[in-house]
Design a protein around this ligand. Structure first.
Ligand code: CTP
Ligand code: CA
Length: 227
């Protein structure tokens, strides 16, 4: 049964979403990680599938079930996430919600590091910026590239800076600071930042943010394709 176009506004589109944290190994039993739950990213993947899209979700380690109707690729590290995203492209829309670890331990120890009188020190290396790499592709750039900005202060200024620096089309800014922050919670309050302005949405359940964001992106994609 064919759905009305309004119900499946992303039918025939490929959407790639990153979600969750990455874990960067220190040794076989320890890692650098962060507090991302993956709730918002997984909800966006599910909402895009519900809107008719063919969805690839590249997920770091999370305690969530794979969303139904979505192709989920499980990764641990930022390098693996970057490779999985490259393999998933081309896409019409790329949405980077993952809290990618900014640094990895340059040389993870092959065996568990034992406690001793000498404190261990770790040299760090910077991880690849997955969002910036996708947004700055010369060929095969997704029509819409959306990033998230998790900030604890000066939220809009930092988010505007990220939009310009990474060259994405939209940054979704959210406050992850303090007890009111979004990380791990079921609700999120976001501001959409585009080169032409900012739009703040009321605090909503992450599923509702996802559905509204997907409707918004489907509309924007349609406008760009018509233009
Ligand atoms: N991101 C990414 N790859 C990275 C780091 C970030 O794809 N190595 C993406 C995130 O998924 C998010 C956006 O970039 O969509 C912003 O992430 P954020 O951590 O806020 O930005 P950074 O540039 O890492 O800046 P900082 O952590 O210093 O605020
Ligand atoms: Ca970061």
């Amino acid at each position: 049964v064919g759905a009305a176009p309004g119900e499946k506004p992303l039918a025939g589109r490929h959407v790639v979403v990153t979600s969750g944290p990455t874990h960067e190994p220190i040794d076989p039993v320890r890692y650098i990680g962060n507090r991302s739950s993956g709730k918002q990213g997984h909800a966006i993947a599910a909402a895009a599938a519900a809107a008719g899209a063919d969805v690839t979700l590249v997920s770091g380690p999370v305690a969530l079930a794979d969303p139904p109707g979505v192709t989920t690729v499980h990764v641990e590290t930022a390098a693996q996430m970057a490779a999985a995203v490259e393999a998933a492209l081309p896409a019409d829309i790329f949405i980077a919600t993952a809290a990618v670890a900014d640094w990895r331990v340059e040389a993870a120890a092959p065996q568990k590091i034992k406690k001793s009188a000498v404190l261990p020190h770790f040299a760090l290396a910077e991880n690849p910026d997955i969002l910036a790499a996708v947004a700055q592709r010369r060929s095969g750039r997704p029509r819409l590239v959306v990033g998230f900005a998790a900030e604890t202060e000066s939220i809009l200024a930092h988010a505007r800076d990220k939009l310009a620096r990474k060259q994405c089309d939209i940054i979704v800014a959210n406050d992850v600071g303090g007890a009111e922050g979004a990380m791990g919670k079921d609700e999120n309050q976001i501001t959409l930042i585009t080169p032409s302005g900012a739009e703040t949405w009321p605090k909503m359940r992450k599923e509702d943010v996802a559905a509204k964001l997907v409707r918004h992106l489907a509309q924007l994609l349609r406008e760009r394709l018509d233009a």
